[in-house]
Design a protein around this ligand. Structure first.
Ligand code: ATP
Ligand code: MG
Length: 287
């Protein structure tokens, strides 16, 4: 737990992204960290099995980040520990016409898993207070003027907080990760995507355009994280320049939330146990 506390934002105090590290502290042993991640992945699998068997609580894990911060590869890594039958991954890209014709929470609310299951959101309703804010997309949206007036984003933060509270009150936990990559490391990764043929497909011209809005994005992230971090639906600001470290912290945060959920295999009633013994007898007496 202690490893993670310094990256946890739970609404108790305001964070400033400038003070948040993008790299591991000196002296952190890479090999040992990788081993700890492996153990966490195994524990996640065990917890997930119990979560599913119990069917009481759902878990949604949100990843938000600048391009090339490692959302995809972190998700791929975390998934290694989990049973695909109990988890779905959704990517939220530019909204479709149908999605745009609804409130911004609609498309994500629709993807909340049944209790007992998990979902990973690769981007999420937070885009509404990030890209939409940075590019003032709401100004041209087909919505009444009253929705464009006043403090638009304070209202959206309120909507998100209320939505997350609603989910918590209905048996869900949401953990939110901001993969905090540095601007320098993003440049290195972009150049690699350009130079390496097998990575070309990952690069799009809009990535460089968006990089030009770095400061605006940082401001939007900082505001969104501060406004929506709470005890039950915290944010983690994960140093993301070293993938092995980011993966460890993410796996640890997921293990920690599972510990809070504390799922248990259902126990059988006396009656049901007696029936099991009867069935056992039948099986053993088969000719
Ligand atoms: P990768 O680049 O790693 O493949 P990605 O998540 O960046 O993954 P892209 O298809 O490159 O996927 O980008 C999706 C784009 O959709 C992002 O630029 C994101 O900001 C944008 N987007 C997501 N939600 C919204 C929204 N509600 N309104 C406008 N744009 C959105
Ligand atoms: Mg992209």
């Amino acid at each position: 737990m202690s490893d993670l506390n310094s990256f946890l934002v739970n609404g108790e105090k305001r964070i400033n992204l400038k003070d948040c590290p993008t790299k591991p502290q000196d002296g952190i042993d890479k090999q040992k960290t990788i081993e700890k991640t492996q153990r966490n992945l195994q524990r996640m699998g065990e917890f997930q099995d119990k979560l599913y068997s119990e069917g009481k609580e759902g878990l949604v894990i949100i990843f938000q980040a600048m391009d090339a911060a490692g959302k995809d590869s972190t998700i791929k890594h975390v998934m290694k520990g989990l049973n695909p039958q109990g988890i779905d991954v959704y990517s939220f890209k530019q909204p479709s016409v149908e999605e745009d014709a609804h409130g911004f929470l609609w498309r994500c609310a629709n993807k909340f898993p049944a209790r007992g299951k998990m979902a990973i959101f690769n981007r999420s309703y937070y885009e509404e207070v990030l890209v939409v804010r940075v590019h003032k997309l709401y100004e041209n949206a087909k919505i009444p003027d009253r929705c464009k007036k006043g403090n638009v984003f304070e209202r959206k933060f309120e909507d998100i907080k209320n939505f997350e509270k609603y989910q918590y009150n209905n048996g869900y936990r949401i953990i939110k990760f901001f993969l905090n990559v540095s601007k320098e490391e993003q440049k290195i990764r972009f150049l690699e995507r350009i130079d390496l043929k097998i990575k070309n497909w990952k690069f799009s011209a809009s990535d460089v355009r968006e990089r030009g809005y770095w400061d605006e994005y940082m401001h939007a992230y900082e505001d969104a994280i501060n406004a929506t971090a709470s005890k039950h639906n915290p944010w983690y600001i994960i140093p993301a320049d070293k993938k092995w470290y980011a993966r460890y912290l993410v796996s640890q945060a997921v293990v920690d939330v599972f510990k809070k959920i504390a799922p248990q295999y259902p126990t059988l009633s006396e009656e049901a146990q007696k029936n099991l013994l009867k069935d056992k007898k039948i099986l053993l007496n088969e000719k």
